[in-house]
Design a protein around this ligand. Sequence first.
Ligand code: TNX
Length: 512
Amino acid sequence: MIRYFQTLIVLIVGISSFGCSSTKKPVQASLTSETVAIIPKPQVLVRHNGVYQIPKQNTISFSGSAEIAGQWLSKLLQDASLQSTIQAKSKRANFKLVQDPALSGQLGEEGYSLDIDKHGVTIKAAEEVGLFYAIQSLTQLLPANLKSTTIDSKPLVLPQLHVEDFPKYSWRGNMIDLARSFFGMEYLKRHIDRMALYKLNRLHLHLTDDQGWRIELKSKPLLTEIAGKSAVKDGKSGFLSIEDYKELQDYAAERHVVIIPEIDLPGHIYAALVAYPELNCEDLSNLNPKMATPPELFDGYKVGWSKLCLKDPETYSFVAEVLREVSEMTVGPWVHIGGDEINDDLYEDFVVKADSMVRSYGKIPIGWEEVSKADVSQELIVQRWNGKTTPLKRSKVIESICTSFYFDHANVAGQEKTNNWCQKSGVSLEDVYNFNDKADQIIGVEAPVWTELVISDAMLDNRLWPRLMAVAEIGWSESHDDFKEFSKRLSLHKSRLEALKINFYPAPELNP
Ligand code: TNX
């Protein structure tokens, strides 16, 4: 796909004098070789001698549809108390943004080039998303605490360099389980900002489970009226309204993140059964063992015990209506149908039907790996998590293998409030980074956080960061075989995580 850069090299060369003509001595957070610490690692990075000092007044020029990127850039400069004006095709501009579809052969859809020389900064990309990613790299070249840096005391400088960059995989994501414990708009928006900084582009929301239903549907109001009120023990309840969901998707789209809604079917469904008891067989006798007695809501931890009545035609009308409405509300091309941890003779048959429903509503279905036991369509994407399923067919795969990607597992062995069923020692930063992604069906990687035990914003931050930065690098960078080198770059992001007010796990690798 990327024609000219099959052989990928990362060159970091020549760091010596600052080629800066200002009389004021630039004070920058030690602008040495280490300061160029972009995560995920760019495919090609050539460091030149010297720096570029950003003046107080800047002109940003744009061509093609680069004006939106111009606004992001202007905002970045504003954060550093620097002025800028945006002009179409200005020759005098010191920041040049070029959007040209002809660059897609060289840079791909999401790629960009970034050049900083003594005259200023030039960014090129085939699409708006590439310009956006170049601005994220630029952000990472500037001090973390930009907002507290004033130009008078500290002139801002950028290293002169050449970057040519594009992702290895199109799917670079994470999943948040909103069903066990709810996380609302404020957290999710903040999280999308953080994801975008590291070029992560897929946010999968696990919206339904035994403990709660988190997405409002016009056609089935009781799902949120009743099942939105429950949560796991000590967890938060709540739901995304139709308006919230729209607003969240718009916010994400501006930052080139796609939201993937998951309606977990036909198991993990007790909350919906309380709201619509007719979806049960024989008065809940299929719930075995019985974990709660409706109208009691479930707040426990047990999994794999509830299911829709698969022999009842009414179940399929319910599923069709839910999937239709969710598909209609969803901007992105994917809808996740769950499909995990259930035993039922009619399971395969159900999966084939749900797969076909989602496609008939114009979306691409995704399911947890168990769905690959069924005769699924070519379009359906399989999300691998325990690697125990023998698939009937070859499907595209999202890698979430629990030994590398289950972030409800401990950062370090023995961490409290974590699961360890997949790997006793937990999932360390190094376990994530050392993920072996040799299989050819992989379209990308995704780290899920199940929230039975993760019930506060601080705990969720701790499970996600810094491990998500390793996911970002695995998903983006062609080579990721030097954990030591990654750790060094990571340590230079500690102040950035602090400036973003992330309650990250204090991994030893974050210390220089
Ligand atoms: C398995 S992995 C689940 C979740 C649980 C998780 C706890 C998968 C598809 N299902 O329902 O929350 O384990 O670690």
